[in-house]
Design a protein around this ligand. Sequence first.
Ligand SMILES: Nc1ncnc2c1ncn2[C@@H]1O[C@H](COP(=O)(O)OP(=O)(O)OP(=O)(O)O)[C@@H](O)[C@H]1O
Ligand SMILES: [Mg+2]
Length: 560
Amino acid sequence: MQIKPDEITSILKSRIEGLDTSDAELTEVGTVLSVADGICRIHGLDNCMSFEMLELPNDVTGLALNLESDNVGAVLFGNWEEIVEGDTVKRTGRLLEIPVGEQLLGRIVDPLGTPLDGKGEIDTSHTRPTEHKAPGVVQRQPVTEPMLTGLKAIDSMIPIGRGQRELIIGDRQTGKTSIAIDAIINNKDRDLICVYVAIGQRKAAVVQLASVLEEAGALENTIIVMAAADESAPIKFLAPYAGCAMAEHFLYDGKAALVVYDDLTKHAAAYRQMSLLLRRPPGREAYPGDVFYLHSRLLERAVKLNDDLGGGSLTALPVIETQAGDVSAYIPTNVISITDGQIFLEPKLFNSGVRPAINVGISVSRVGGNAQIGPMRKVAGRLKLDLSQYRDLEAFSQFGSDLDADTRQALARGERLVTTLNQAERRPMPVEDQVVQIFAATNGYVDRINVDRVRKFLASLAESVSGNEPELTKKIAGGDWSDETQSALDQAVSQFAEDFGYDLDEEGLPLEEGDEPTRSQSSGSSSSSSSSDADSESDSDSDSDSASNENAADEAKAAA
Ligand SMILES: Nc1ncnc2c1ncn2[C@@H]1O[C@H](COP(=O)(O)OP(=O)(O)OP(=O)(O)O)[C@@H](O)[C@H]1O
Ligand SMILES: [Mg+2]
């Protein structure tokens, strides 16, 4: 048979023209070269992107991190122990995404969105990339709404606004987590979606925390993302980005969200471990060179969007654990410089009974002031100054009555201000009650009350004012601080103080001679009560006693 080249060419041409390539699938496939410690090296993925998701056997997902000339280094999520040398790896062409949506509220999930609380499957409708570019300057607007924590010491002196990044920093066991939890509880009815990211914590601690939130009725608008202590480094590395993406789902829907990263010290350590295994060059404290970028790109995603984009906000509360109060270590300085301020907690204060144990001198909030309500800004004005003055004079308090009148007065005031700012955990307070209490303390109404009765005085004061003067309380909450409001409040407080009864005279000396301790003996919050104390509490443990007092007051209020 004779072959006609023309005929063959035309047949081939027509075939090629008619080829339907739309549903032909083209994937780039590589093979695993080596695998260890949740990290693998893959050969053959020449066009792979950084942060691209890779598909491996046994439902293992890979994340391409190191793009080298002859191989790709990837971290593995899932059952990586089952991956062996020679397994095939498929590119997906997509950056790492996780499921997001309302369905996650009230649940504990891992960073990939898998439920960990045994409450059944989560049927999410959306996904979002874990890494997302932070909005630019034009897309933002200034922070003006408050994100109230319900803690007097913070809402008055270190106010946080919606869209702000405020660092909570301190040694271990100084109450860092408690502040974040109180903020979540305080916002349960204020249209704020919360995401709590637990990195490298014990599972039992996270379960405990979830039950605290549930008891307070705050779990239903909270998502808990957990990468427990025993998880592999890549999972811990991913956790904050996943939590942020889950919060961003609400942010770009025009809602307000809060995300707590507890804590970023463990996150940095996980990243260091991962980077060393990927053989990236170690730098200071053996962290890789881009550890600053690790946290800055995460925290820059906190934002108050402009109205064209829906006006949503994402507030971030990162937590950093220091060693022996050393804020100049590598990771703490990094995160301090990225955030808009820090709440610094000290073990010394914590152990001396100041709780929350905030060091007022070096704690700041650089943007939240604009978000504070007027009355709070006014009453808190002198508070910070008075307190730092008190800290300076505190060393002299042991000299007791040898001091001149002014110093004694400053010490007495300071002691009472510290007591005023003390607050039991899980007991957030409405901002108008805070204003009333701080107003009373800074205007000298508690100067003539014994320190161990101050808590009781303030609790009943707030209760009395909000009970008898609902209009006034409403005005204060609405930001009104006109002269009438001030004088009405002044009147209400002085009337209450009159009824409550003073313990000391104008000079600060006991009213009934002989049976009152002098202040030098009663300094410190754990002093024993005097025999003539009208108040019937037995004060062996003044802290927990006054906490239960406040508790009773709160309950009475709720019942009314
Ligand atoms: N305002 C408070 N009043 C009384 N106790 C408090 C207060 N805040 C925290 N605590 C107690 O202090 C302890 C430590 O608190 P928390 O777990 O919040 O600290 P942390 O700094 O997060 O600790 P860790 O370093 O272990 O994460 C807890 O037992 C908690 O109950
Ligand atoms: Mg903690």
